[in-house]
Design a protein around this ligand. Structure first.
Ligand SMILES: Nc1ncnc2c1ncn2[C@@H]1O[C@H](COP(=O)(O)OP(=O)(O)OP(=O)(O)O)[C@@H](O)[C@H]1O
Length: 766
């Protein structure tokens, strides 16, 4: 058992009062909480009056293990550890027994049952002008409506308020009625969903003071982990269970609040807990045992740009092995990752002692030691295909994988047509492929008509473009008629094509206005961007192979075989940053450090405060992603001239050269009392060094526009260059900036404001 730190000791032995613990990533909070419980039990506290609330089952199992470990051979009886939902469910049953809630029937509603019901209600409630879209976008409409229902239940706000908060277009206002109708159906059939396990009892308690007396004041102590991702309903549950009696300890890291899509808000841990639980004792776990100085410094610099946070610096504990940080600008991220993994494989196969590879610093690893964390799934498509092609095993979290997406399946059907593969296929197979093509982009036919059309086309062994162009569309509305004719034109051009596979897709996308089609059907910007990103990622991968359609198909078949064999081996992890919460790997790769992905720009509000909230939330995501690494972190910004791929604004905030220089110096064996650095020193760096008892000297802090000298110029956002040339106004200096815009003082005396989003179109470094 490692020696506990002073901070850990202070928490373990702190008084019996409300307590708010801010714990940075990897700071051993599970260990500390488990020791605190042991300490309290040894002092004679009753385990039956202690409750530990965990976020999910995995965290619960982890905590249980640690507590058993720490109390081993003490003979102490242990308290209950429950997830929020399990606790809610228990209260639900109590509410039934007391007659405040009616009994429910059957199992908890499955997603499929909810979606079916939501679909039936949508058909009845969607306004006439949306009915066409509804039929074509069934999956999206049902998912959005189901999410809306859950959102209302997790925030406890009226559906009207949630509707406004989510910023949906007015045409989706029917969701409000849908919520009420769904609840009416659910209650009428006496069923409950997973969300209701919390929603129903908390609402019942909220509305019935006698019930508040029954469920509250039973516990002496309640502890809550991961409190930063608490939402309203969970917070209320905590309040009612605690009542006036229980002393409550919450632990979390406000900088790691990333479950906003489930209603989590940093304000619970930053303000509301302290307001509602009587000025709790505030303690911190600021030392990380996961990563070294370089990464700790980097994370501190990044997150210090968020306003209104709790000002805790994360600090690498002495003895934590150093973590190397690399920022790379490869031409092709997928290729870079494959090479990196191959080096890891080579190192792992080397039977000698673990070594650092001299060229990259990559610690010798097994494949399972490497995680690639993406902001959105579409980024993983070319990476996954490349891994498959090189037969590198991988695990993809909660996602069937690129080859099984609707987009790739439809594009594969198109390639089969271009390769001439369709000609000799069985009629049923052809029908399925045409069903996929007719939906991509959707030609606007009703489901039955679309099936008939696919059946009709499948009856022929060629000439489908012509068939579509000649189809009698006189009975159809003008839009589907036009789309069918356009599709006919596109397919006619591509049957038996000698073009490369990537060009087949490019030509098809252009001729059918594929991206516009996807956008017009998507309910959210995010989902449209994801689908288009998948198409582009697939196309990019095929372009890198430079093969025609028949060879591309043969290759894709091989990849599919390969994908089906996955799981037999240890593999690298492909995951989104959201799903990496609470986890860690020796080597973490974060691709896409570009304005397109980090901050993710699919949904951008016009309001300044919303934009700031959005950017801060994206910054927290990067912070969480980075702090998953223990030995090496790779940040990738692909080299590109494409304005969409401009380097992320967060790169400058990281102060990479300073963190590298200072991190290396602090990790070295002979640390002088005062370090003289070449890179300009920031206030964060000074605070960090002071805590290490090291004085810092260096060039003074650079002006705002030059906050990150040493970042390769190609990787800085244009406004960070300081001196710029505008296509019309000439040369000027950047004088100020906020999330959205920056101000330039031109040589002719004019001072003008420019949007960051479009700056790359008019400015170049001067
Ligand atoms: N005082 C200490 N000295 C050295 N190592 C420690 C100390 N306390 C905890 N650790 C180590 O830090 C790691 C993380 O600890 P633990 O599993 O308790 O934290 P966690 O709650 O899972 O992590 P996090 O803080 O990220 O949520 C473990 O390997 C643990 O052994």
């Amino acid at each position: 058992m490692p020696a506990l730190t002073d901070e850990q000791h202070a928490i373990i032995t702190s008084g019996y009062e409300h307590c708010l613990i801010t714990a940075v990533a990897g700071s051993g909070k599970t260990t500390t909480l488990a020791w605190r419980i042991r300490h309290l039990l040894e002092q004679g506290h009753d385990p039956e009056r202690m409750l530990i609330l965990m976020f999910n089952r995995a965290a619960r199992a982890d905590f249980n293990r640690k507590l058993l470990d720490i109390t081993h051979q003490t003979g102490l009886a242990l308290p209950e550890i429950r997830t929020y939902h399990a606790m809610g469910f228990r209260l639900y049953k109590r509410c039934i027994r007391e007659g405040y809630l009616p009994p429910y029937q059957g199992d908890i509603l499955r997603d499929g049952e909810i979606h079916y019901q939501v679909w039936q209600l949508s058909r009845a409630l969607v306004p006439e002008e949306l009915q066409g879209e509804l039929r074509r976008g069934k999956k999206e409409f049902t998912e959005t409506a189901a999410n809306f229902i859950d959102w209302v239940k997790s925030t406890l706000s009226p559906p009207e308020v949630v509707f406004e908060e989510l910023g949906y277009d007015d045409k989706y206002r029917y969701l409000i009625d849908l919520f009420h109708s769904f609840e009416q159906w659910r209650k009428g059939s006496h069923r409950i969903s997973y969300a209701d396990m919390l929603y129903e009892p908390v609402l019942a308690i909220h509305q019935n003071p006698p019930l508040q007396k029954l469920v509250g004041n039973k516990m002496d102590l309640v502890m809550v982990d991961e409190y930063q991702d608490t939402n309203e309903i969970q917070h209320l549950l905590l309040r009612y269970i605690a009542g006036d009696r229980a002393r409550v300890t919450v632990v979390g890291d406000p900088d790691q609040t990333i479950y906003e899509f489930r209603g989590a808000k940093p304000e619970f841990i930053l303000q509301r807990f302290a307001n509602e639980f009587d000025d709790p004792t505030e303690l911190t776990l600021s030392y990380t045992f996961r990563y070294g100085h370089r990464l700790a410094l980097l994370a501190d610099h990044l997150i210090s740009h968020n306003l209104g946070r709790k000002d805790v610096l994360c600090h690498a504990h002495a003895g934590t092995p150093e973590t190397r940080v690399y920022h790379e600008s490869p031409n092709d991220e997928a290729d870079f990752i494959v090479q990196l993994v191959q080096r890891a494989q080579a190192a792992a196969n080397d039977t000698g002692p673990a070594t650092e590879q001299p060229d990259s610093g990559l610690p010798a690893s097994t494949l399972g030691d490497v995680a690639v964390l993406v902001r959105v799934w579409s980024q993983s498509v070319p990476i996954e295909l490349r891994l498959l092609a090189r037969q590198i095993p991988y695990h993809i979290d909660a996602n069937k994988g690129a080859l099984f997406t609707r987009e790739v399946e439809a594009l594969t059907a198109l390639l089969a047509l271009a390769a001439g593969d369709l000609d000799g296929m069985l009629q049923e197979q052809r029908r399925e492929l045409f069903r996929a093509i007719l939906r991509f982009p959707h030609v606007g036919l009703r489901e039955g008509e679309l099936n008939d059309m696919a059946q009709y086309l499948a009856g022929f062994s060629g000439g489908w473009g012509q068939l579509l162009r000649n189809a009698d569309t006189s009975h159809l509305k003008p839009l589907p008629a036009r789309k069918i004719s356009k599709l006919g034109g596109a397919l006619g051009e591509l049957e038996h094509s000698t073009l490369s596979a990537a060009k087949v897709i490019a030509q098809y996308a252009q001729a059918t206005e594929l991206y516009e089609g996807i956008r017009s059907l998507a309910m959210t910007h995010e989902s449209a961007d994801e689908r288009i990103g998948t198409v582009k990622g697939f196309q990019r991968y095929l372009a890198s192979l430079d093969v025609d359609a028949p060879r591309a198909l043969a290759h894709l078949r091989q990849l599919k075989d390969q994908a089906n064999r996955l799981g037999e081996h240890d593999g690298i992890h492909l995951s989104t940053i959201h799903r990496a919460k609470g986890l860690e790997w020796p080597v973490v790769v974060i691709p896409g450090l570009q304005e397109k992905y980090l901050p993710y720009s699919a949904r951008q509000s016009e309001r300044d405060t919303d934009l700031r909230t959005h950017i801060e939330s994206e910054r927290r995501l990067l912070y969480v992603g980075m702090t998953r690494a223990s030995r090496a972190l790779y940040l990738l910004t692909p080299a590109s001239d494409d304005p969409e791929q401009a380097p992320s604004r967060f790169l400058g905030e990281l102060c990479l050269p300073l963190c590298e220089e200072l991190g290396a110096a602090l990790s070295g064996p002979d640390r002088p009392e005062t370090l003289r650095l070449e890179t300009p020193v920031t206030a964060i760096a000074k605070r960090y060094a002071r805590r290490e008892d090291v004085g810092l000297e260096g060039p003074s802090i650079a002006p705002a526009a030059e906050a990150s000298p040493g970042i390769p110029p190609s990787c800085r956002p244009i406004w960070a260059h300081g001196r710029l040339r505008h296509a019309v106004f000439g040369t000027g200096l950047v004088k100020a900036e906020d999330e959205r815009s920056f101000e330039v003082a031109f040589e002719d005396g004019r001072r003008l404001n420019f949007s960051k989003k479009s700056a790359h179109l008019y400015f170049s470094p001067a």
